[in-house]
Design a protein. Structure first.
Length: 246
């Protein structure tokens, strides 16, 4: 097993456990940021507790290396049933979070297939890569469409905030395209993981510390952490040193 794959799985699982506990606290399954009410449907707190508890247990199984593939695929199913369905009922009004929701489910599929020998041709690996690519390209587009917000979201201690807003948008689009190309998937995934890890440390941690009660900043902290893990797993899966014995 490649070390990046091992590290990435653990990061992903910890992120999902944290999202599960946060879902219990707010009494809603919030992985993928589904709308509070969609098509007349509002998540029942009891159902939220069940889904969040199942998420935590599945993530713990990944850490403990017990039924890992089943646990990862089950996490993808939870996200699709309890989050993506609500985005669908809302008519994909929050399009960027819809793509994020799909990417988290796709990331779970990648975690599950990282235990297979030939990952490059696995249909679930491809589905996960496509989901991540769509979200990254959409996120890059959002950096240009909502540039003023991105700049205001960036801490003031970071210089050249306008430049970084557009530069990161380009990187997101390049990363999304890169993980779809066989010859560049490893490098694109590795650099994307490093980039998101950098955002976690330089952007999301300071914002969370400055206002721990902000729901969006809490989610951003956990989501960036989780996505970094997904991309590290993907980079490890396509490493030349990965001999398939996972």
């Amino acid at each position: 097993m490649h070390i990046l794959t091992r590290i990435g799985r653990t990061i992903f699982a910890i992120g999902m456990i944290a999202l599960g506990f946060l879902s219990i606290i707010v009494k809603d399954f919030i992985v993928g940021r589904p709308p509070l009410s969609a098509g007349g449907f509002t998540m029942n707190p009891a159902l939220s507790y069940f889904a969040a508890s199942a998420l935590i247990i599945a993530a713990l199984l990944i850490i403990l290396q017990k039924k890992i593939r089943t646990a990862a695929f089950f996490i993808a199913l939870l996200i699709l049933v309890f989050s993506l369905s609500r985005h669908t009922l809302a008519g994909f009004a929050d399009w960027l979070n819809t793509y994020k929701c799909l990417a988290l489910a796709g990331g779970a599929l990648i975690i599950g297939t990282s235990f297979s020998g030939d990952t490059s041709k696995n249909i679930f690996t491809w589905a996960g890569r496509i989901a991540l690519a769509v979200f990254f390209i959409a996120g890059g587009y959002a950096h240009f469409k909502f540039a003023d917000f991105v700049v205001s979201f960036t801490p003031e201690y970071i210089p050249l905030r306008n430049f970084w807003a557009y530069f990161c948008g380009v990187c997101l689009i390049a990363g999304g395209i890169g993980i779809l190309i066989p010859k560049t998937v490893r490098l694109a995934a590795l650099l994307s993981g490093i980039m998101i890890g950098g955002w976690f440390v330089l952007l999301h941690v300071p914002r969370f510390i400055s206002n721990v009660n902000d729901a969006s900043d809490r989610m951003g902290l956990l989501e960036s952490f989780t996505f970094a893990g997904i991309f590290f797993v993907l980079a490890g899966m396509f490493s030349k040193k990965n001999n398939g014995a996972q």
